[in-house]
Design a protein around this ligand. Structure first.
Ligand SMILES: *Cc1c(COP(=O)(O)O)cnc(C)c1O
Ligand SMILES: [Zn+2]
Length: 477
């Protein structure tokens, strides 16, 4: 049964507080230019409809639904974007990604207690699908309710936003088309192959993500396009589902958890804070978990802001340096004002519960390699979270028994090029990464083509088998 509750969503400006209706595409405040958040002004009704216990029951029951529209992020329909009809909702299998206990040997070796939430197991292999499912569902709602004949979705990307946008765009099809702008040479070959394969128009721009972002911002201001970056507040709503899933997985008891989240454009960490705050407001959870943003020292404007004493904090964009946490390599995060606003609210409920830690590139790469050697599928941003946990442990911010939930925001395969550079100890100097040779793993060539040509097929099989047995020190039966 599809929910009957409908909210009244409004854009709220984080600069001047003005409010706007949702029948228009807005990314920034028409009055002061600051970023927006979406707010359901009817949400008081959700409290009247039922207690926290009631809502926990609703979401737990929905876990078994076969209704496609409610199988993904919209299991939490009433909390996210309760304006759409079932026909608007796009479902490509996003959300409900597994929470996997850290391999025992790795937890012991590192002296840390953690689980990975593998958001790389989303359909385009990153968490961006959560936000994109919501943004495209809203676009469909708009197209239907406004009778639009065509609309172009466009985004700047460090790789994964464009992969997600192109995939949802291709699936939905007419009248939505998708175009993506990428920083030339700064997305991995796997990430580039995704929008190409999905048939999006792909344009490469010299520079870094921040340069692409300026271009799409200009386009969104001057042309009729649907901006699909997380500046688009509908993306934020969809990404709140991560918080809901963590809460549900732990039986709606989250106060003891420490969540680690990589911070790039800062949309995801904003969404996660917002999700927990909503659940707290409705009594679905009794308390908030602790939340740690993680940034590399090569792209750390949010860490710099929060590492200063409260009265001395000033926000300044930074020039990024090459980072293996490439999807978070952003010097001027669009969602910084959201982080600021939401962190204040978060801390007013639980003082000290929002922190940002900084990690070195070396630590990110070592952690990524270590995690995957233990059977995880951590991307470099997932490695960044593990490095963040170790840094927080060292600083005494997290105790040995505290359970950390690490967000592996993408699948390891998207970033296998960095693994390759590590194994060959071939990182360009700017990354400041040296390989630990004990961790290097390279394929071993067993016999040559020439040797193969020189002997009959059966002899070759035996020769290879003997060479393999010798290499592995096998004992003959
Ligand atoms: C986009 C992205 C990030 C950064 O998330 P923000 O919302 O921009 O802070 C981290 N990891 C991966 C894999 C991403 O694609
Ligand atoms: Zn404003």
């Amino acid at each position: 049964m599809f929910p009957t509750y409908r909210g009244k969503l409004e854009y709220v400006c984080l600069g001047c507080g003005k409010r706007y209706g949702i029948d228009e595409l807005l990314y920034t405040c028409p009055s002061c230019g600051k970023v927006l958040l979406l707010e359901d002004v009817n949400r008081g009704q959700l409290k009247e409809l039922g207690s926290g216990e009631y809502w926990r029951g609703v979401f737990d029951q929905r876990a078994a639904t076969r209704e496609t529209a409610l199988r993904g992020i919209f299991r939490y329909y009433e909390l996210l974007a309760p304006v759409m009809d079932p026909q608007d909702i796009v479902y490509l299998g996003e959300g409900h990604t597994p929470v996997v206990e850290g391999a025992k040997a790795l937890q012991e070796h590192l002296g840390a207690h953690f689980m990975y939430k593998n958001d790389g197991q989303n359909p385009s292999a990153s968490f961006k699908d959560r936000g994109m499912a919501c943004a495209f569902s809203y676009l469909r709602y708009l197209v239907r309710s406004q009778g639009w004949k065509e609309i172009l979705g466009i985004c700047a990307s460090t790789g994964d936003t464009s992969a997600a946008a192109a995939m949802y765009g291709a699936y939905v099809g007419d009248p939505i088309k998708t175009a993506v702008l990428l920083p030339q040479g700064k997305v991995t070959p796997q990430q580039l192959s995704q929008p190409l394969g999905n048939g999006a128009m792909v344009m490469e721009i010299p520079g870094v993500f921040d340069d692409c972002m300026k271009v799409v911002e200009y386009l969104a201001e001057h042309y009729r396009v649907a901006l699909l970056n997380s500046k688009n507040s509908w993306r934020i709503l969809g990404q709140e589902s991560y918080a809901c899933e963590v809460a549900q997985w732990f039986g709606w008891e989250v106060e003891k958890l420490c969540l680690f989240v990589p911070v790039g454009n800062a949309g995801n960490i904003s969404a996660i804070m917002s999700g927990f705050l909503k659940m707290h407001e409705l009594g679905i959870i009794k308390g908030l978990p602790r939340l740690f943003g993680v940034q590399s020292s090569h792209a750390d404007p949010v860490w710099r802001y929060y590492s200063a004493p409260q009265e001395k904090r000033v926000y300044e964009p930074v020039a990024v340096r090459p980072s293996v946490a490439q999807a978070a390599m952003i010097g001027n995060p669009v969602s910084f004002p959201r982080v600021k606003t939401l962190a204040e609210r978060y801390e007013s409920v639980r003082p000290g519960a929002f922190q940002v830690v900084q990690v070195e590139e070396q630590a990110i790469m070592d952690a990524t390699i270590q995690a995957n050697r233990h059977g995880h599928i951590a991307c470099t941003q997932g490695g960044e979270c593990l490095a963040g946990l170790l840094a927080a442990r060292e600083k005494g911010l997290v105790a040995r028994d505290d359970l950390a939930i690490l967000d592996s925001t993408a699948h390891s395969l998207k970033f296998s090029g960095f693994q390759d550079l590590y194994f060959r100890d071939a990182f360009p100097e700017a990354y400041e990464i040296k390989a630990d040779h004990a961790l290097a793993n390279r394929p071993v060539a067993m016999l040559s083509e020439k040797e193969k040509a020189s002997m009959p097929a059966e002899a070759f099989t035996h020769a290879v088998a003997d060479a393999v047995a010798e290499r592995l020190a096998l004992h003959r039966l």
